[in-house]
Design a binder for this molecule. Structure first.
Ligand code: SF4
Length: 297
């Protein structure tokens, strides 16, 4: 099939736009969408140190490539990479992330659950089962990332979350009746490093294609503990519905942004955990999780 914009061979068909795009026009369209997300949210400013949270998978590898292309020549913005090794045997391989960071020449920093908390995710799962693995993992990873960020002077975390992830989250929160999460503003509480998501308007399959076109050696395997049943169901429902109504995921993401809008001016003051001193509640969620998982069975 020919590209809708030139005579070259198309590499993708976008159902929502009706366009067939060749590699060159696909890259242009992809990067324009990512730049628009950054511009509209004013996510990157002069003086920023942006850290890509690099797992070595397709999404984070693609966001590193894109940000390096966007920011590589800028002297007023620093780009670096952080990889957290949760301790998942046979899956997490920090060496792979390091090789991807080295290939674009961006400084790479790593930390492990084992060193930071004295426990790996494999041990947590052995003690607690897989039911809450993502919840424990997310809380501990986020706290560790925040700690490294403070040491390294990071001002923004860049994540590879894509349109599918964002649309699924909005629908999941609606299905759970979780109004608090649906309306929670994107800004972070004081003391937490803000997150940016340049691919939030780009479908997952296009992020995968961008990664295939530009990044060598990213990880295709899924985490063995990824078992959020609701997310799996929502993904299936959304993909099927979007096949017949191609703009659905965009509509959901727009809805999520609109619902968060009135809360934009809301600021949470700095609260500090009484035990570890991290910004959070009275005893922060990280300390609560560590109490739970260290107790064993
Ligand atoms: Fe952690 Fe869940 Fe992601 Fe696996 S899928 S790395 S357990 S958050």
């Amino acid at each position: 099939m020919q590209c809708s914009k030139c005579r070259r061979e198309a590499v993708i068909y976008q159902r929502y736009s009706g366009l067939h795009l060749c590699e060159q026009h696909f890259n242009r369209d992809f990067e324009a969408k990512a730049k628009r997300a950054i511009r509209e949210h004013r996510w990157i400013e002069s003086g920023d140190t942006v850290a890509v949270a690099l797992s070595g998978g397709k999404d984070s590898s693609a966001v590193l490539f894109f940000l390096h292309r966007l920011l590589g020549e800028r002297r007023d913005v620093r780009l670096m990479v952080i990889t957290v090794d949760e301790g998942i045997g046979g899956y997490r391989d920090p060496g792979r992330a390091r090789a991807i960071a080295d290939r674009v020449g961006v400084p790479w920093v790593t930390a492990t659950f084992a060193e930071a908390y004295g426990i790996t995710l494999d041990t947590i799962v052995a003690r607690k089962g897989t039911g809450l693995s993502c919840s424990y993992c997310g809380v501990l990873r986020r706290a560790l990332m925040n700690r490294i960020a403070r040491e390294e002077g990071v001002t923004k975390f860049a994540y590879g979350f894509n349109l599918d992830d964002e649309a699924q989250s909005v629908l999941m929160n609606a299905l759970r009746g979780d109004a608090e999460r649906l309306t929670r503003p994107m800004r972070e509480a004081e003391g937490m490093v803000p997150r940016i998501k340049p691919f939030m308007y780009i479908p997952e399959r296009e992020v995968a294609l961008y990664a295939f076109l530009h990044v060598e050696g990213f990880d295709l395997a899924g985490c063995p503990y990824a078992g959020d049943a609701l997310r799996g169901d929502v993904r299936g429902i959304l993909d099927e519905y979007t096949y017949r109504h191609p703009a659905t995921k965009y509509s959901l993401v727009n809805l999520g942004e609109t619902l968060r809008e009135p809360a934009k001016n809301h600021t949470e003051g700095l609260r500090v955990c009484e035990r570890c001193g991290e910004p959070c509640g009275k005893i922060c969620r990280t300390c609560q999780v560590l109490d739970e998982v260290r107790k064993g069975g």
